[in-house]
Write a protein that binds this ligand. Structure first.
Ligand code: UN1
Length: 491
């Protein structure tokens, strides 16, 4: 079985620990390869390399950096099918989603390549004559990027593309569930011409190496996607002043009495059971107007029962395995909790019948907002149905959780739509579309326990990975003093 290595200073090298861990195919439990269990010594080496890389890369004009990002995008496109299959094999999402994971990476590298010719600052007038005011952008320095397993290509791509176009160098620590996807990305970067030391990768579990990364004072920025608890820990303990967090969600879909019901059913199926519910943006609560509650539940149940669970590499499969046994255990825990709290199970509620980490798509009705299954992030194929009397109550239920990532409303009434956009506390609101499916040129992220105010994607990602410098140029040739000098206007 192949042993894969860290990537430091342009070379694949073994960890100083001489220890490895396995990555497993969740469909059949087969080992895909062994990866380095890194420790502080490997981290230190990667930082030394990244510092060198930073000197070089920050001095490359941004449009030139963009050309390399464009190379990455075209290599990803060329290898889309192969990498998509790899995503499916290592992480378990169905093949169409494996491909779309790669597509999202292509999109963001193309978008960020174009940013190389923008990276806009502003110019603005001075309150004094013969004085020029503007802002410019500077990279942060060496950044640590810690990415999750549920989008093993797309999310590293969001972070790396934005960090690189701004001129930063990075130490990338992928999830220990999907290190093979990360190695493949590194190979693409190498082929695309990313210079030595600019992107470095070390593998290992968060428990073992996470703390060393977080507390290391060589990092000027940290970008993390993962659990709320780890995110909060990073906020309290990180040495870097620039921290980007993308944490959990408990995303609602409101279905109003005037909704196109079939469309809403499509949206719930897609948002609730896509990626087997393992998205931060998964629709895990459906808040239904009482007038249509019964009919909607029946339609949704019928559709849910038709979902095909099985080999994610087969085009006809709708739901693949969860990422690992621990994810199945967590899902089982919540199903048990839902039953205990007297929610009614409509379908599912048990493991899949085949080997691998499968769990059946599960619907709970009669869910009350105070129940655990309505409040906590499950990250599995469980959808909770909550009946409400009106839109006001629906919005209140939406906002009754600690998270605020994505949200959606199905309605044909423009007043309902705008009231939801205004009233829901979330980073994203979709109208007549599910809670998933963000596009890379728009900001992505959430409020409350979902994050710390930063966003990925679009212009916001540029803010996350650059510092603004404010520049004043006085060409008057005399001492001018803002707040002291008065400008006289002739009458
Ligand atoms: C995530 O759920 O972790 O909007 C990211 C979406 C994808 C990104 C999801 N474009 O569902």
């Amino acid at each position: 079985m192949k042993v894969y290595k860290n990537y430091i200073d342009g070379k694949f090298i073994s960890s100083r620990t001489k220890k490895t861990f396995a990555s497993v195919n969740p469909t059949n439990g087969k080992i895909l390869g062994y990866f380095q269990k890194s420790d502080k010594r490997d981290l230190d080496n990667s930082i030394t390399a990244a510092k060198k890389g930073f000197k070089l890369w920050s001095n490359v004009p941004a449009p030139k950096r963009g050309e390399i990002l464009l190379n990455i995008a075209s290599l990803l496109r060329k290898n889309k099918e192969q990498i998509g299959k790899l995503v499916t094999t290592e992480m378990g999402k169905v093949i169409a989603e494996g491909r779309s994971d790669v597509q999202e990476a292509i999109d963001i590298f193309e978008y960020m390549a174009g940013e190389g010719r923008r990276l806009f600052g502003i110019t603005t007038p001075s309150e004094l004559r013969e004085k020029f005011c503007m802002t410019t952008r500077r990279p942060l320095g060496v950044c640590a990027l810690i990415s999750p397993w549920n989008f093993p290509i797309a999310i590293p791509a969001w972070k790396i593309s934005a960090a690189l176009i701004c001129g930063n160098s990075v130490v990338f620590k992928p999830s220990s569930d999907t290190p093979l996807c990360a190695v493949r990305l590194i190979e693409i970067f190498e082929e695309a011409g990313v210079p030595v030391g600019v992107v470095n990768m070390i593998t290992g579990s968060g428990e073992e190496i996470g703390d060393e990364i977080i507390k290391n004072n060589n990092f000027m920025g940290i970008s993390f996607t993962g659990s709320k608890d780890v995110g909060r820990y990073i906020l309290r303990n990180a040495s870097a002043s620039r921290i980007g967090l993308e944490l959990g969600g408990k995303n609602p879909i409101i279905v109003m009495e005037d909704a196109d019901m079939d469309l809403a059913v499509d949206g719930v199926i897609w948002g609730g059971f896509g990626t087997a519910g393992q998205r931060c943006t998964a629709a895990s609560r459906v808040i239904i107007h009482k007038k249509i509650n019964k009919e909607f539940e029946e339609k949704l149940l019928k559709r849910t029962k038709k979902l095909r669970i099985g080999d994610p590499l087969k085009e006809s499969t709708d739901i693949g395995p969860l990422v690992a046994e621990r994810a199945v255990k967590k899902t089982e825990y919540y199903v048990h909790s839902g039953k205990k709290e007297k929610a009614r199970i409509l379908c599912g509620g048990k493991r899949g019948e085949r080997e691998g980490f499968f769990y059946e798509p599960t619907l709970f009705s009669n869910v009350k907002p105070r129940m655990k299954i309505a409040k906590e992030e499950i990250f599995g194929p469980i959808v909770s149905l909550i009946k409400v009397n009106n839109l006001k109550e629906a919005i209140k239920v939406c906002n009754s959780v600690e998270y605020g990532l994505s949200s959606s409303i199905y309605t044909r009434d423009i007043q309902n739509a705008f009231k939801a956009i205004e009233g829901i506390d979330a980073g994203l609101t979709y109208v007549n579309s599910s809670t998933i499916g963000s596009e890379v040129h728009l900001p992505f992220g959430g409020i409350k326990a979902t994050g710390n105010g930063t966003r990925e994607g679009g212009q916001e990602a540029i803010h996350e990975f650059s510092e603004i410098k404010t520049v004043y140029i006085d060409y008057s040739g005399r001492l001018q003093k803002a707040q002291f000098d008065t400008i006289k206007i002739k009458r």
